[in-house]
Write a protein that binds this ligand. Structure first.
Ligand code: ZN
Length: 334
């Protein structure tokens, strides 16, 4: 079956089933112009939240990511279609159905499952160094504004689909999976603006810019927290939740900054650092740790992971102690 599978034919067939779902069509015609208008509106209303050189770099990173994504999406959706078709006889034999169909509750389960996949994809992108290298450009912006939403690493889409593969195997329709992925990505656009209000109690369920600020801050208390996309309850469930702390002023950006706005550097920087460390590593195990271990790990103990930094801060009793300027994260907003 593998030999006879034609990915281009499968992709074209998907397009004929639901042509309006073509990502480039929806994105370029409707969504991206809205994003652009919102970014311009945010800039006009809050110029102090922008550094134009960095914003321009963010645009170039975003355009590169979009081009790569349009190409990889073809293979991603095609792979889902292939797995869906391949596993159909097994589903019929062992589970008693060929497809989970399009009932409203299946859509809901799909959206929740999609965000669960996203949580683990995102969490590992922070805790496995080679994945962090691919995710880093999304975090290396020092100004928190809507350009961060489009500032995605060029290589992250190469590994992201792995977390979704179980869904077509179980019988989720590939078109439904694609829709959930798109909705999730668009929801996340709203998470990167200091002009967005806190949603109050709704943040117990839904992610907001107010709580996502924590995820983009390099303050020790905030490192590797709040990985959820649409929902916040995954972080509570898996112990990665951190509310904004009164008195902690968010330090946006990353602690190990490339020191330039060059978009190519931001995409390659950490991979080069990994390569340098792997070459110098004394043992095979250390080489593997530099690739697959957490960022900050060093074979000679001279580096610290975010978990170690947080444990040290807790032990010192200074966890959550106010930073120099005593204002709430909300208060630093325009
Ligand atoms: Zn992240």
């Amino acid at each position: 079956m593998l030999m006879s599978f034609n990915p281009i034919a499968a992709w074209l067939e998907m397009k004929t089933q639901l042509p309006e779902l073509a990502i480039e069509g929806i994105g370029i015609k409707y969504i991206y112009p809205v994003f652009l208008v919102l970014i311009v509106l945010e800039y006009v209303n809050a110029k102090h939240l922008f550094d134009l050189k960095e914003s321009w770099s963010g645009f170039v990173i975003g355009i590169g990511a979009t081009i790569i994504r349009v190409i990889t999406n073809v293979f991603e959706i095609t792979l889902y279609m292939f797995l869906f078709a391949w596993a159909e006889p097994f589903r019929e034999q062992y589970l008693g159905y060929s497809t989970l169909g399009f009932a409203w509750y299946i859509w809901l389960i799909c959206a929740i499952a999609d965000d669960h996949n996203f949580y683990w994809h995102h969490r590992l992108a922070h805790n496995v160094r080679v994945l962090w290298a691919a995710h880093l450009p999304h975090h290396s912006g020092k100004m928190y504004n809507l350009t961060i939403s489009i500032r995605n690493g060029w290589f992250i889409t190469l590994v992201k689909p792995i977390y979704w593969l179980w869904m077509p195997l179980l019988g989720f329709e590939p078109i439904m999976i694609a829709t959930c992925l798109i909705v999730n990505a668009f929801y996340q656009f709203t998470l990167h603006s200091q002009l967005m209000p806190s949603y109050g109690w709704i943040e117990n369920i839904f992610n907001s810019s107010y709580v996502h600020v924590v995820h983009h801050s390099s303050n020790t208390e905030y490192l590797d927290r709040n990985h959820g996309g649409i929902f916040t309850f995954w972080d509570r469930l898996y112990n990665t939740w951190q509310k904004p702390i009164k008195g902690i002023v968010p330090k946006f950006g990353i602690s190990h900054d490339p020191g330039t706005n060059n978009p190519i550097t931001h995409n390659l920087f950490e991979f080069q650092e990994i390569w340098r460390d792997v070459k110098q590593a004394p043992t095979f195990k250390a080489k593997l740790m530099y690739i697959f271990g957490p960022p900050g790990w060093r074979h000679d103990g001279t580096g610290k992971t975010s978990q170690q930094l947080q444990e040290e801060l807790r032990a010192s009793g200074k966890f959550g102690a106010p930073t120099a300027v005593e204002v709430e994260p909300q208060a630093v907003r325009a």
